[in-house]
Structure formats: C-alpha cells, structure tokens
Design a protein around this ligand. Structure first.
Ligand code: ATP
Length: 227
C-alpha cells in the first residue's frame, strides 16, 4: 500500500472526531471517502497531510512513518492535498500561482496546461477574478506542480455548476491515468463512487463500509445516493 492510516484517533481540543480510523490507498488507485456532514472526512485528510497530529495511530506513506511530521515535510514526500476553499493567491496571476506550486520541483507547467486548457488561455488573469470552477482547476493544477505521487482532494465539486463538476471529475480520471494516486473526499457520492476504483464510507469517525462497488450496496444507495 502506498498510504496507510492505521488506528487514527484525532480531534480538536476536547472533541474526539476520529475513533480508530483505518484506510489505505494503493499506488495508482483512485479511492473515494464519502460520508455525511461532520463525519470527519476533512479531519481524515488533515491528519494524512500533517496539518493535524493524531493522538493515536500511524500515518505510513511509501513504507515510511509520517505521523507528526509537519505539512511541508509531507508534501516533499509526494503526499499533497488540494485544500478545501482553494486557498489560492488571489492577487497573483494564474501563471504565478502555478509557479508557486513548482517552488521546490521546478516542474514545467506543460502537463497542467494540457490537462486544463482553460488555464492556458488565462495565464495572465488574476486568480481571484476566475470563476469557481476555474479556481478549482487552478488549485488542482498548482498541487500537481509539486509533483505529487498521491493527491488528496476535499470536496472539489462543491459549489460548481454541473459542467464544471464534469470537467473536474474528468481531470481526476486523467490524473489517475498519468499514474498519480488519488484520495477523494466528496459529498457528491454518486459521481465519486462512479469514478473511484474503491471507496470507504465514514460515519461518526469510523469506517463502516468499504469496497469496489459501494454504489450497488443497498445501505449506501439509501443513505448517500437518495435511491
Ligand atoms: P463536512 O462535509 O461538513 O466538511 P467532514 O466530514 O469533513 O464534514 P470534519 O470537517 O472533519 O467533517 O469535522 C468533523 C467534526 O469536527 C465536526 O463536528 C466539526 O465541527 C469539528 N471540527 C472540524 N474542524 C474543527 C476545528 N478546527 N475546531 C473544532 N472543531 C472542528
């Protein structure tokens, strides 16, 4: 396994959110993590990306224990999160935002611009004047510039128009084809499950279901797909 979270307990102050959570992502795999509001999906990504230190459990990436390492050290190893709410450098241009992502890698932007032609057309536009969908593409593009081996995304489709949701999900499929593994947190369970190789359901801080065909699971259909 490329990434393993094993027995993770984590929370905020006195609030315990994750209660012994374990999940894995293999090299090249696209894994979806679905669950209701407040189940702990974002908290899971924060633990994996080194932004939140778990009180118990281990984060292992490529055979190396990363538990408790700071976020920048985790990014250097190729485990990279696209933050929720984009967190772009608003006054900077598209090109400048991409260059920030390449700070440590010197990665050229060609691949990202091929993946998102819209960005190629807007290189000199200020990031904060881009539409929501364009900003999401830029946030994903900037993360790719760090040359990740596993990319984690927190609700990339939130607030986007249906066409933009399609564009973002298409891009995730192509990123996987290029050999980058993906851990995708989504409210939009139907589309996430359709794209994923495998998925986990998180409820109240523990994994309650996992498998390759959760869209066919009766409990998932009722609780998360509204069927
Ligand atoms: P959503 O889909 O609504 O974002 P989620 O599954 O991602 O939900 P988390 O964001 O991980 O859930 O939050 C889990 C719990 O932790 C929630 O009860 C939330 O209020 C709480 N929480 C999250 N961040 C903090 C924080 N910085 N300080 C205190 N409590 C927090």
């Amino acid at each position: 396994m490329m990434l393993s979270l094993d027995g993770i307990e984590a929370g905020y102050g006195g609030l315990r959110v994750l209660h012994g959570l374990s999940l894995e992502v293999a090299a090249g795999e696209l894994v979806a993590l679905v669950g209701a509001n407040g189940a702990g999906k974002s908290t899971t990504l924060r633990v994996a990306s080194g932004l939140l230190r778990p009180s118990a459990g281990r984060v292992v990436f490529d055979g190396e224990e990363l538990t408790g390492l700071p976020g920048h050290a985790v990014v250097r190893r190729g485990l990279v999160q696209v933050p929720e709410g984009r967190a772009l450098f608003g006054p900077l241009t598209v090109a400048e935002n991409l260059a920030m992502g390449a700070f440590h890698t010197g990665e050229p932007a060609d691949r990202v611009l091929e993946l998102f032609p819209r960005l190629a057309e807007r290189l000199d536009q200020r990031a904060d004047t881009m539409s929501g969908g364009e900003q999401q593409m830029l946030a994903i593009g900037r993360a790719l510039m760090t040359r990740p081996r596993l990319l984690m995304l927190d609700e990339p489709s939130v607030g986007l128009a249906p066409l933009m949701v399609r564009a973002v999900f298409d891009a995730l499929g192509r990123i996987r084809e290029s050999g980058v593994a993906i851990l995708l947190v989504e409210q939009n369970a139907a589309q996430a499950l359709a794209l994923a190789d495998r998925a986990y359901v998180l409820e109240n801080g523990v994994i309650t279901l996992s498998g390759t065909d959760l869209a066919g699971d009766e409990r998932v259909r009722r609780a998360y797909l509204g069927l």
